[in-house]
Design a protein around this ligand. Structure first.
Ligand code: ATP
Length: 261
């Protein structure tokens, strides 16, 4: 579904050149949920922006469904850390925004918008303005908007990081349901190892500067998964511990390198 072959991306500015990602090769199957973790600045957001076609690769190639990515696509939706809703529009009109932008059939999509808002637990809030909603509710509106076009690929850049722990856990459970119902392929960037273990089929661990794939960890825990007490508490703890160790190892080698300079 999504294939990255030898992908590198550098940034050049007056202060010099930064290799954000180097020789990244990755294949993500249709319907798969992949989380990307790594230290701050290791290239996670860059990776998502490259897949979204918002940024060109410096080297290598990215394809989605066999087609080379050369720019933004209608079947790929991206969700950012902040909800980015238009404050003067109602919740419903925010969700319907892509319908206007892309000139889709309004009647058909209006029903879909109502259904999505209902699934997200937002029935009764359709006429509200964004500021009348909590941060978690706003992010759910944003999720509904990104699902309007029934994307085949959903790219999420730390979408829950501005929220409190309980709302985060609640939205993560909801996202699993949306993922199963829509069978979209999801790439999810997070700083939270627990969130990655809760949501992902596989977790990609990136090394810092330059960002390379350190390891890909399979999470074989049956779904739906929840945080807290579950029948798979041991597996969840083991996967989280493995990932923690991998990230700590990275830190140790990075500081050793720095000290050696
Ligand atoms: N537009 C840009 N211009 C110059 N350098 C950039 C640009 N975007 C990213 N970088 C650099 O590329 C590297 C990777 O950045 P990126 O934002 O992808 O990291 P990240 O893993 O998402 O970080 P964080 O976890 O802190 O959000 C960093 O060193 C950053 O300084």
């Amino acid at each position: 579904m999504i294939r990255l072959t030898g992908v590198s991306r550098s940034f050049t500015s007056r202060s010099g050149s930064t290799v954000a990602l180097q020789s990244v090769g990755l294949h993500i199957a249709e319907g798969e949920f992949v989380a990307v973790v790594g230290r701050s600045g290791c290239g996670k957001s860059t990776l998502l922006r490259l897949i979204a076609g918002l940024l060109p690769v410096t080297e290598g190639e990215i394809s989605i469904g066999g087609e080379r990515v050369t720019g933004a696509r209608r079947d790929v939706a991206m969700l950012f850390q902040r909800p980015a809703l238009l404050p003067w529009r109602s919740v419903l009109d925010n969700v319907l925004l892509p319908v206007e932008i892309f000139g889709w059939n309004k009647t058909e999509h209006r029903d879909r918008a109502y259904r999505l808002l209902e699934t997200a637990g937002l029935s009764g809030f359709e006429k509200h303005r964004p500021h009348e909603l909590s941060g978690g509710m706003q992010q759910r509106v944003s999720l509904c908007r990104s699902l309007m076009g029934e994307p085949r690929v959903l790219l999420m850049d730390e979408p829950f990081s501005a929220l409190d722990a309980l709302t985060r856990a609640e939205l993560a459970v909801e996202l699993q349901r949306v993922h199963i119902e829509n069978s979209a392929t999801v790439v999810f960037v997070t700083h939270s190892i627990d969130e990655a273990v809760l949501l992902a089929d596989r977790v990609v661990v990136l090394t810092p500067r330059p960002g390379r794939i350190r390891k890909i960890v399979d999470i074989g825990i049956p779904r739906p998964r929840t945080l807290g007490r579950t029948a798979y508490l041991d597996e969840v703890a083991r996967c989280s511990a493995d990932l923690h160790e991998l990230l700590m190892e990275q830190d140790m080698s990075t500081s050793a390198e720095t000290e050696g300079r």
